[in-house]
Design a protein around this ligand. Structure first.
Ligand code: ZN
Length: 150
């Protein structure tokens, strides 16, 4: 079990040090800004939608390791998915980190994102882990107000 925990920690550190899909794409079709005042995390999520499919998803921002790693792994997960699939993954991820029961099928769908299940006991960290997800939801659904976790 402790090995698994170390593996998870390595995954978060790796994505924090070397975030995937980082930077503004040339022609995003949607974007949204998010801010977590409790921790100071800021994120901007950019989407390029082709119909209702996420052709590309990228992010920029500055925040703690958990917020950055969560945004990085989120972009990997959502690329190529439909809006409805993104909504379902968001819902599963939210259940996972807020400690709601998460059926095995949902966990399987989340794959490596299961690493964030560890934040459920730390409410302040839950906001770090979900910031990019709330922000991508705002971008997907055309919400123009900046997202705040407070
Ligand atoms: Zn944070």
């Amino acid at each position: 079990m402790s090995n698994l925990r170390e593996l998870y920690q390595e995954l978060i550190l790796d994505h924090n040090k070397n975030p995937r899909n980082f930077g503004r794409p040339p022609h995003p079709t949607h974007e949204a800004h998010g801010y977590n005042p409790l921790c100071g995390d800021r994120v901007t999520v950019y989407l390029s939608l082709d119909g209702d499919r996420v052709e590309d998803v990228r992010f920029e921002g500055k925040g703690c390791a958990i917020s950055t790693a969560s945004a990085s792994m989120m972009t990997q997960m959502l690329k190529g998915k439909t809006v409805a699939e993104c909504d379902a993954i968001f819902s599963n991820f939210h259940d996972l980190v807020t400690g709601k029961s998460c059926p095995v099928e949902s966990l399987n769908q989340l794959g490596k994102l299961a690493v964030f299940g560890g934040v459920r006991d730390f409410p302040a960290r839950v906001k770090c882990a979900t910031l990019a997800w709330h922000t991508v939801q705002a971008a997907l659904h055309g919400q123009t107000d900046p997202v705040s976790t407070e």
